[in-house]
Design a protein around this ligand. Structure first.
Ligand SMILES: [Zn+2]
Length: 356
């Protein structure tokens, strides 16, 4: 009897313990279930946010050119869409409406937008928009292209960019490939200010004295570097010493063929500043550039002006020349823009010293 009661108590205790364990298990399952439900809800929320962000990103990507899209522009004018998609209404549109209704100009606006937004120093979208609007071109107005050879060459190139920026002016820089790696910040600044980069060979070689394969190495090497570092397609070649063979000879034929292969226009100049002449002062440069006609009787409209971004006197002269040209109503455009606005247009392998 004594024994049975003890046994019954133990059994009851075991039963109570088992029930307690069951209750605990049920409670644990309920808590786990609730946690799982909360987790599922959180994941669902996050997924819907991500889907919405991706959709928005896709819409933005459809409106704005990517680096690659912008880089592959000029070559395939015919393949490009005739109209960009209409941007969704926002406080500040990404780019102003193009002032010229032509494929090259729409590509140019896309390229400028990419360069200014990637490398420029604009505090907000409104400032970027204002800068792009200022860079619009009136095809019926007077225009000319200022060019600088042999850079980037610190500190002169930076000083020149200060003067260009202060005057809201743009130029074309024919750079040396060997100087790019050490001066990426200057190239970025040139692109961010809406300037154009042209090819002046890797080491300032005389193209006429090179073999066909050496020519392709020095010119193609620079183009590849600009593409790899900045997603930028170079479309202008200024041969050092303006040396590209004589009309009808084999060197000229090969240099022109190479320019076609690399989709480059060959750029001479209309008027030289003579800044590379040791005895030429800043004032003499100013007088020469601002003269109404050059020695061949050519005026400034449509001209390509030659300078070098490696002399202090060039910076000093530019402080006078830029505001004077703007005062006279010239639009200071890049070489590609100047040639694209001309009757002949911009053509690979053609040699230009002026826009007609
Ligand atoms: Zn040079």
């Amino acid at each position: 009897m004594e024994y049975d009661r003890e046994e019954a108590r133990r059994r009851a205790a075991r039963r109570r313990a088992a029930e307690k364990r069951k209750r605990m298990r049920r409670r644990r399952l309920t808590v786990l279930g609730a946690a799982a439900l909360i987790l599922v809800l959180l994941i669902a929320g996050a997924v819907s946010l991500i889907v919405r962000a991706v959709r928005k990103g896709r819409q933005a990507a459809a409106l704005e050119p990517t680096a690659q899209a912008a880089a592959t522009v000029t070559a395939t004018a015919a393949a490009l869409p005739t109209a960009l998609p209409t941007p969704a209404p926002t406080a500040v549109p990404a780019t102003p409406a193009p002032a010229i209704d032509a494929p090259w100009y729409r590509e140019r606006m896309a390229q400028l937008y990419h360069n200014l937004s990637s490398y420029g120093n604009y505090p907000d979208a409104a400032a970027l928009y204002t800068a792009l609007e200022e860079m619009q071109i009136d095809p019926n107005g007077k225009m000319l292209a200022i060019t600088f050879d042999d850079g980037p060459y610190p500190p002169i190139t930076g000083d020149l960019l200060d003067v260009l920026e202060a005057n809201h002016a743009r130029a074309t820089f024919f750079v040396k490939g060997a100087y790019i790696d050490a001066n990426k910040d200057l190239i970025r600044r040139e692109l961010g200010l809406g300037c154009e980069i042209g090819n002046h060979t890797t080491n300032h070689e005389d193209l006429e004295k090179l073999s066909p394969s050496e020519r392709r190495a020095t010119v193609g090497g620079l183009n590849d570097k600009m593409q790899a570092l900045f997603g930028y397609r170079v479309h202008l070649l200024r041969p050092p010493y303006i040396s590209y063979g004589k009309k009808g000879d084999a060197n000229r034929e090969d240099i022109v063929a190479m320019a076609r292969e690399y989709e480059l226009a060959i750029v001479n100049h209309t008027r030289s500043s003579h800044d590379s002449h040791e005895d030429y002062t800043a004032q003499m440069m100013i007088d020469r550039i601002l003269a109404e006609k050059d020695e061949l009787g050519r005026g400034l409209d449509g001209s390509i002006l030659l300078f070098h971004d490696k002399y202090n006197k060039t910076v000093e002269a530019m402080k006078v020349i830029l505001p004077a040209l703007k005062q006279q109503g010239y639009q200071l455009v890049t070489v590609s823009e100047l040639l694209s606005c001309s009757q002949e247009g911009l053509n690979w392998g053609w040699i230009y010293s002026k826009a007609d």
